[in-house]
Design a protein around this ligand. Sequence first.
Ligand code: S6P
Ligand code: ZN
Length: 182
Amino acid sequence: MSVRLDHETGILTGPGVHETARRVKDLAGVFRDETARASRDQETVLYRVQAWEPQPEGKPGAVCLATTFLEPGKVGDEYFLTRGHFHANEDRPEMEVVISGRGALVLMGRDRVTRMEEMAPGTVHHVPPGTAHRVANTGSETLVFVSYWASETGHDYAAIREQGFSARVREVDGRPVLVPVS
Ligand code: S6P
Ligand code: ZN
């Protein structure tokens, strides 16, 4: 069983690769300015994920990988971002490898302490166990990165959907800044 990952483009092809698109309508309540989000074209795709999971989610025995293609743009002063999640299996980490573009990896522990790592072509980021993670595109081109995680990891979106992160990546004086939620 094998697939192909193009290291120039991040495109993943082959049997079993599946693609998901997240549109403006899928990110209701995610941005600080919900009115601005609701007034946009709801069908605009913010990001696509191409994933290869040799074992079904939750079942042990495989390493999974996925390429995320996150478009540039902002809702108000907040950069386009992924929904973000904790891992259901709290002791499972993840690795992110950036192919192209510029961004910010936002990491938040269960203690709700949040930090940000700058993403640029070739940077590699470790998401420690028990850490919620989301990515913002702070550049002007599509941000492309590849994620690796174990198949038994599982994904928990509920905590972030209900409580969000404790800080947001916003443009301040023309630059991305991690601003605490007041
Ligand atoms: C999976 C990994 C990524 C994200 C992707 C989209 O563990 O973190 O592949 O799934 O970047 O983000 P989200 O938060 O919508 O799943
Ligand atoms: Zn993850």
